[in-house]
Ligand binder design. Structure first.
Ligand code: AMP
Length: 563
């Protein structure tokens, strides 16, 4: 296994293999197997995206201008071969339709194209693409090659991307062919040392023989929601991540007739596993939208006959309001799945009548454990809980502050262990020692209680993190940036309840000299390359911050003051 990753103890690995959870299959082989079974069936309907099918590369220049994106990198020649093979069509608005055979062939071509550029098995590649066909063909090309994508979100800016590149010694960074991303890449190139390629288009070449990646090895990195500093990197291996997709597909009853629309950013764990991986595992059709707004998604539901989709609560609310207009036929939708942050019981009750389909709730985390309702779950369970784990081998404990199990039905911190829950973050031994128990349970930081049926009810968090409509903000990361402002003496970032997003962030600042205003702090954070969703929604100026008896800032008291 890749250096800096924590393997499962052999005893557990053996158990998961013997039970058939872990197969001797890479993610690239999973797609190949589907292509054999469902070659002519539609696999993908997606905006093509600016990043597609060519080999132009924006390289690191080595002369005096080093660190600038020049727009003229090494060119390895035009893509050759039957680009259209397996393409069932692409229309003028730039949509691409690929069959399973087509997607499989494209993945081979992309793997060969990446290799020809000099990207090698084991290399790390930061991927920051919107929901496009290019996203899907790229990642399967990387899986085939055995190069490791690190999934950045479209909202990440130079502060985050530079950290991902440096921390993983990434050699390539893939962005959309757009000015603002090229500008961002320029900033990143100026600050990093290992990055050799900035790709604005996906390279393709005639398929080549490539060594087979080890199914037990790391295939990709997801980002943790995180509570400290910048996001931690979550290494996921071929065989356990493939299993999580299979387990989700089975729990949700997906099959070839499933048409799943993903409109949340694919780089995020939830849409990636529940949407992309589970759907392709089941031989269904994956439909991608560039964003979740009803304007963009409702016409697609109608035209593609979408049966399933995943939403965060804030988006679900927008959809419910828009559905009242009745402008689009949403009758193909069989179910919507809502997760990522807590869906209030009140909103939950309105989903089925408003959208005319079943509600399923879900929870999950980049570290692994995820849960869904099952089709047979009764409404009284679906309305008040967030789901039940997908694997029979998932182990959950609900514990108090001393790691003792709380009595059944009481609230405590959720600990998780299982065949697709990691045993440690990448290169983080000190953090791992705190975040994992000695016997390998991940401390989720979530406060939950279990219903007698085993369903999980989310009750809040132990960790210092704000969940802004599914986007996780590590308070400490933003506080550190704000403390760099000359007029900020002390700061604490807290979450305040919000009807649409679940939570919004509020910066409580004790000023040094003249009190700063919110627009000024926002500009300051943007200047430092901080993602927009992390910029505080509110500012409260205070003379001091409330303290706990131990003298730590009391976020609990602070939250009560500003709510
Ligand atoms: P991420 O790793 O970004 O997917 O974030 C995982 C975290 O999101 C979990 O640890 C929870 O705190 C939160 N989360 C996910 N789904 C739900 C849900 N249905 N209800 C409440 N919180 C959720």
């Amino acid at each position: 296994m890749l250096d800096g990753c924590v393997p499962w103890p052999e005893e557990f690995a053996e158990r998961y293999r013997a039970a058939g959870y872990w197969k001797d299959e890479t993610l690239g082989e999973m797609l190949r197997a589907r292509a054999r079974e469902h070659g002519d069936r539609p696999a993908l309907v997606a905006p093509r995206g600016s990043t597609r099918g060519s080999t132009r590369q924006t390289g690191r220049s080595t002369g005096p201008g080093a660190g600038r994106v020049t727009g003229h990198g090494q060119v390895t020649g035009p893509a050759t071969g039957p680009r259209g093979e397996g393409t069932t069509g692409s229309d003028e608005a730039g949509w691409e339709r690929l069959t399973y055979a087509g997607l499989d062939a494209r993945a081979d071509r992309v793997a060969a194209g990446l290799r020809a550029l000099g990207i090698a098995p084991g290399d790390r590649v930061v991927v920051q693409l919107p929901n496009t066909a290019a996203f899907v063909t790229l990642i399967f090309g990387l899986f085939r090659l055995g190069a490791l994508p690190i999934f950045a979100l479209p909202a990440h800016r130079s502060s985050e991307i530079t950290y991902f590149c440096e921390f993983t010694a990434a050699t390539a960074y893939v962005i959309p062919d757009e000015d603002d991303y090229r500008h961002l890449a320029g900033e990143v190139l100026a600050k990093t040392t290992t990055l050799e390629h900035v790709l604005t288009e996906i390279p393709e070449a005639d398929p080549a023989d490539l060594p087979r990646p080890d199914p037990a090895d790391v295939a990709l990195f997801l980002l943790s929601g995180g509570t400290t500093g910048v996001p931690k990197l979550v290494p996921r291996t071929h065989r356990e991540w493939a299993y999580s997709g299979r387990a989700v597909a089975e729990a949700c009853g997906y099959d070839q007739d499933t048409v799943h629309l993903v409109s949340l950013p694919l780089g995020h764990n939830w849409p990636l596993t529940h949407g992309l991986l589970a759907t392709l595992h089941a031989g269904g059709t994956l439909v991608l939208a560039d964003g979740p707004s009803p304007d963009e998604t409702f016409p697609l539901i109608e035209s593609e006959g979408v049966t399933e989709t995943g939403l965060v609560p804030g988006v679900a609310l927008l959809w419910m309001e828009a559905a009242e207009w009745g402008e689009h036929d949403l009758s193909s939708l069989r179910r919507v799945t809502i997760g990522g942050s807590k869906l209030s019981d009140e909103l939950a009750k309105r989903v089925e009548p408003a959208l005319g389909c079943r509600l399923q709730q879900a929870f999950g985390m980049a570290e692994g454990l995820c849960g869904f309702h099952r089709p047979e779950d009764p409404p009284e369970v679906v309305l008040v809980s967030q789901g039940i784990p997908v694997s029979p081998a998932d182990e959950m404990r609900v514990v108090d502050e001393d790691d003792r199990d709380v009595p059944p039905g009481e609230v405590g911190q959720l600990l998780a262990r299982g065949p697709y829950t990691i045993r440690g973050y990448y290169r983080s031994p000190a953090h791992n020692a705190q975040t994992f128990t000695h016997d390998g349970f991940y401390r989720t930081g979530d406060l939950v209680r279990l219903l007698p049926t085993g369903h999980v009810v989310f009750e809040g968090r132990v960790k210092d993190q704000i969940n802004r409509g599914g986007d996780k903000i590590a308070a400490e990361e933003v506080e550190n940036h704000l403390l760099a402002h000359p007029n900020v003496r002390q700061v604490a970032l807290v979450g305040v309840p919000d009807e649409v997003l679940g939570e919004r962030s509020c910066a409580c600042v004790v000023p040094r000299g003249e009190a700063p205003a919110l627009p000024e702090l926002a500009a300051f954070l943007r200047e430092r390359g901080v993602a927009a969703f992390k910029i505080p929604d509110r500012l409260e100026i205070m003379t001091d911050l409330p303290l706990t008896p131990l003298g730590k800032v009391s976020k609990k008291a602070l939250t009560a003051m500003v709510t």
